[in-house]
Design a protein around this ligand. Structure first.
Ligand code: FBP
Length: 245
């Protein structure tokens, strides 16, 4: 399948929660990948993030939205030290029409060495065929005491840069006066904000505004969009903020 052109700025719509959290995040409506694809089209998001199951059944290039295929993931039934193994190959992602690939690294976990080396193999393979690589960089595990501190989030940003990621997806840190430090730590890697649990419209827009002011490149968001009553409007508002920078 021919790749759809991929931009490293804007809004990405994330929908890998069926594996990460289970259907508890879903309603009768947003449980269907078709609903999410419909939002993505109407709001003209810059990319759609799927796992291989949804991608295989629902993604086609006619949708006109670039696909980011997430190559690892785990359930939250498992409560031990975080460890997310690769469960889809770069080759399979290409077959499914992906324009980029994604992978979560839980730095600080006792299993980080496995995730870092798996990420590294994926990064080399993907870059060899011109596919951008996105790291979900989420410090987590019993040795990580404050995953939302600015220093931890900046460290997560740097991990992605040093590992060769084109884009890093990060949680919003607790000290938003120092968001520019996160961007500096990421150097050439573009920084995207993750969404988190559903917030009020105003709060999410405030986060995006502050992040963009500090030099972020966009937002990769899931629940705050497809759990909202008016997902398309929410995306459009976020897009307008991003475009104004
Ligand atoms: P949300 O915007 O819904 O938070 O999605 C972002 C994301 O990174 C998803 O891609 C992923 O499924 C989820 O968060 C993982 O969240 P966590 O590991 O914090 O439970």
């Amino acid at each position: 399948m021919k790749r759809t052109e991929f931009k490293t700025r804007g809004v990405f719509l994330a929908y890998d929660h069926g594996l990460e959290h289970g259907p508890t995040d879903f309603t009768d409506v947003n449980v269907s990948p078709r609903y999410i694809i419909d939002i993505a089209r109407k709001a003209e998001v810059d990319a759609l993030i799927l796992l291989k199951g949804s991608a295989r059944e629902y993604y086609t290039k006619d949708i006109g939205i670039p696909l980011i295929l997430k190559l690892n993931g785990k359930t939250n039934m498992y409560k031990g030290e975080p460890f997310s193994k690769q469960n889809c190959s770069v080759e399979e992602a290409v077959k499914l029409g992906a324009s980029a690939v994604g992978y979560t690294v839980y730095s600080g976990s006792r299993y980080e060495k496995f995730m870092l080396s798996e990420f590294s193999r994926i990064e080399e393979k993907a870059h060899n065929i011109g596919l951008p690589v996105i790291m979900w960089s989420y410090p987590r595990g019993k040795d990580v005491h404050d995953d939302e501190s600015i220093e931890t989030v900046a460290y997560a940003a740097r991990v992605a840069f040093e590992m060769g990621a084109d884009i890093v997806k990060l949680k919003y840190p607790d000290d938003d006066n120092r968001l520019d430090w996160v961007v500096k730590a990421a150097d050439k890697t573009k920084v995207f904000l993750a969404g988190g649990k559903k917030l009020e419209d105003q709060n999410i827009e405030e986060h995006v505004e502050k992040a963009m002011q500090a030099g972020f490149s966009g937002m990769a968001v899931g629940r705050n969009i497809w759990q909202s009553d008016d997902p398309v409007k929410r995306i459009k508002r976020i897009k307008d903020i991003i475009k104004s920078y």
